[in-house]
Design a protein around this ligand. Structure first.
Ligand code: ADP
Ligand code: MG
Length: 347
């Protein structure tokens, strides 16, 4: 299947809760897409609408405005039979594990197969054992939920969601009560599902998981906000890592990128065609992966755009002079080359 296929496309979605006869607007004009092959993290403060959005995408709640296309089906205004059919193709992991107390772990996991219509498969028993083993539940299959720890219950909920190998998984804080090792194995399962052309959307605040996501979407007050902070942090990490693995090659590439960027910004604006040429030229050098090249290019463009000190006020200029000297003195010896550079920058 097409790797970049959009499994979920939400456009201009608005949603309100009725409360005491009054409508409380929860989601405002939300637009986003989820592509096959990706693990997307949905983050944001408590009450920002993450769970609400997940239940709408999962066909568990009907919304009234906008468009929500999931696995090729428009959910807004769809009859309940359509919602049910779409739900069967989705694996849900809820904040509360929602296991049935009257069933054993194995039976609960089997419910997941039944949900997806796969319980009559000849390999059903094998699939249940496999997923339980991957989540460290093999020795607990015959137990009832109340005989398990909180973390084990949560893992059983995850096993139930994944056993039918759904194309789309929606998970609401699935690793909240899991230790580091277990949450890593859950992420590995999610990655595997994505690499088979599926997609995972997971709500989390867990820093370790944010770092592993292919994409991060942030909700604030029911609106999608740019994840600049997250991106900048990632960018710093990527560059730091590259710099320590191949310092000489990366420095040469940065110099090269910088030269190209200065030409691009010379006329005061950077157009898409210029970006494309720079990108290709950097890729041709064979030092970095495409995503890393994009990062280097955007940094070089941003930097080239800010180059020169003409725009500084006199106050800023004094501050810059002091900061430049601090940098030069940081290694406790100031050399001629450093002084010349400072002079040039301040001239
Ligand atoms: P999050 O998952 O980001 O913490 P939610 O989607 O659960 O946020 O909730 C978003 C907002 O919707 C909150 O202000 C919450 O109080 C409100 N809300 C959630 N469910 C209901 C409901 N059934 N009726 C009325 N308001 C609700
Ligand atoms: Mg929530």
């Amino acid at each position: 299947m097409d790797e970049s296929a959009k499994l979920v496309e939400v456009s201009s979605l608005s949603f309100a809760h009725e409360q005491g006869g009054q409508a409380q607007q929860i989601l405002h004009n939300v637009s986003l897409h989820i592509s096959a092959g990706e693990v997307t993290v949905l983050t944001g403060p408590s009450g920002s609408g993450k769970s609400t959005l997940l239940t709408i995408v999962g066909g568990l709640r009907s919304a009234f405005e906008g468009s929500v296309n999931v696995l090729g089906t428009e959910l807004i205004g769809a009859p309940s039979a359509t919602l049910v059919k779409t739900r069967r193709r989705i694996g849900f992991v809820f904040q509360q594990h929602n296991l049935s107390d009257a069933l054993t772990v194995a039976q609960n996991i089997q419910m997941g197969l039944q949900h997806s219509g796969g319980h009559r498969r000849p390999d059903a028993a094998e699939r249940i054992t496999d997923i339980a083993t991957q989540l460290g539940l093999r020795d607990h299959l015959k137990k009832y939920p109340d005989q398990l720890s909180g973390g084990q219950q949560q893992r059983a909920g995850i096993a139930r969601a994944l056993v039918g190998r759904p194309q789309l998984v929606l998970a609401d804080e699935p690793t909240a009560s899991l230790d580091k090792r277990t949450s890593e194995s859950v992420m590995a399962l999610f990655d595997e599902l994505a690499s088979r052309g599926g997609a995972v959307v997971l709500v989390t605040h867990d820093k370790r998981i944010l770092d592993q996501a292919d994409r991060v979407l942030s909700l604030e007050d029911g609106k999608v906000v740019p994840t600049a902070d997250v991106m900048i942090e990632d960018a710093g990490k990527v560059l730091g890592k590259l710099m320590s693995s191949e310092p000489a090659r990366l420095r040469r590439l940065l110099g090269y990128a910088h030269g190209l960027a200065q030409v691009a910004v010379a006329d005061g604006k950077v157009v898409a065609e210029e970006r494309a040429v720079i990108r290709q030229s950097l890729l041709d050098r064979g030092v970095l992966q495409p995503r890393e090249v994009d990062l280097v290019m955007e940094l070089a463009l941003a930097q080239a755009d800010a180059i020169g000190t003409d725009f500084l006020g006199s106050e800023d200029r004094n501050q810059l002079a002091a900061a430049l000297r601090d940098v030069a003195e940081a290694d406790e010896r100031v050399v001629e080359a450093e002084l010349r550079t400072i002079e040039k920058l301040l001239s």
